[in-house]
Design a protein around this ligand. Sequence first.
Ligand code: TUI
Length: 319
Amino acid sequence: MAVVRTRVTDLLGIEHPVVQGGMAWTATAELSAAVSEAGGLGIIGAGHMPTELLREQIRTAKELTDKPFGVNLMLLTPHIDELVEMVLAEGVHAVTTGAGNPGKYMPAFKERGIKVLPIAPSVALAKRLESIGADAIIGEGMEAGGHIGELTTMALIPQLVDALGVPVIAAGGIADGRGVAAAFALGAEGVQVGTRFMCATECTIHEDVKLRIVKARDRDTVVTGYSTGHPVRVIKNKLARMLMELDRENKAEELEALGSGKLSLCMCQGDLDMGSIMAGQSAAMVDRIQPAAEIIEDLMSGAVTVIDRLAEMPDRVGA
Ligand code: TUI
C-alpha cells in the first residue's frame, strides 16, 4: 500500500495519518485496537463511561495491540477529573478531547509524554490550545456526527493551517480517498474518520445501526439541540423529530432530559426509533461493513489515486 508520511505519522509513530473518531458507546477497545493494528491511531471513546470501565478498556486494547492508541475524553462529562487521573496512571500514547477546552489538563498529559490532540471547531480556540502545548489540532467541521461547531471542514481547515504551526488533522465529512486527498489539499496532515469506522466489522455497536448507516442518503442527518448550546448531528428518526420540536419551542431543559441516555439506547440496543443515531453527513457515502484494515487501505490508496490524477491534470487542460 502507498505510504503517506506527514508530521502526524511522525508525531504519533503510526503508519498512516488516519485517526479514528473517539465515539462514545461506539469506539471500544476492539475497534481501536483493530485501527491501530492496521496502522492508524485507534481511539477509545470515553464519553460518560465509568472510570473503572475505561481502565478495563485501556487494558484490553493493550492486550490486543502493541501499537500506539489513544483515548477520547469528552470534557462535558461530570467525572472528567477522575477519568483524566486514571488515564494518566494507566498511560496511553495520545489523548483526543472533545466538547470543551482541555487546557487545565494539558501540563499533566505533557509531563507523562502523552500526545494531546484537542478537537477544535474554531480558529480562536485552536490558537489558544497551540499556545499551551497541543501537539496537533483536530479541526472538526459541522459535517461530523455528534456534537459539532458552526464551520464546515472546507472553510475551517485552511484557516487553521494558516493560523497554526502545529499539524492540523481534518475531521468532518471524510469517508473515502477523495476526502483524504481534499484534506491534504487544504493543508491538513492527517484525517480523523468516525462514521465510516462505525461500519467496521470490529466495531461492537448493534448491527442494525451499521445497516442504517449503510442505507443512509444525503439528507438523512439533522442537527438537534441548538437551544441547549450543544448541537448534535444525528440520523433523523422519531427521537430527532421530537428533539427538533423542543428546539423550535426553545425548551432546552426538556430537550436535555429527553436526549439523556439515548446514545447507548441506539448503539447498544439498536433502537433506531428512540435512540440517538449520532453519525456524520458522510453516512451516505458508507456502503458496506468491512474490516478496519480494509477501510484504511481504501482511504489511503484512494487518496493516492486522486493525488496522482490531480498531478496529471494540467496536461489535460484543453485536451
Ligand atoms: O465532541 C465531539 N463530539 C461529540 S461529544 C458527544 S457526547 C455529547 N452529548 C450531548 C451533548 C454534547 C455532547 C457526542 N459527540 N466532537 C468534538 C467537538 N468538540 N466538536 C465540537 C467541539 C468543541 C466545541 C466547543 C470543542 C471545544 C469547544 O470549546 C468551547 C470552549 O470551551 O471554548
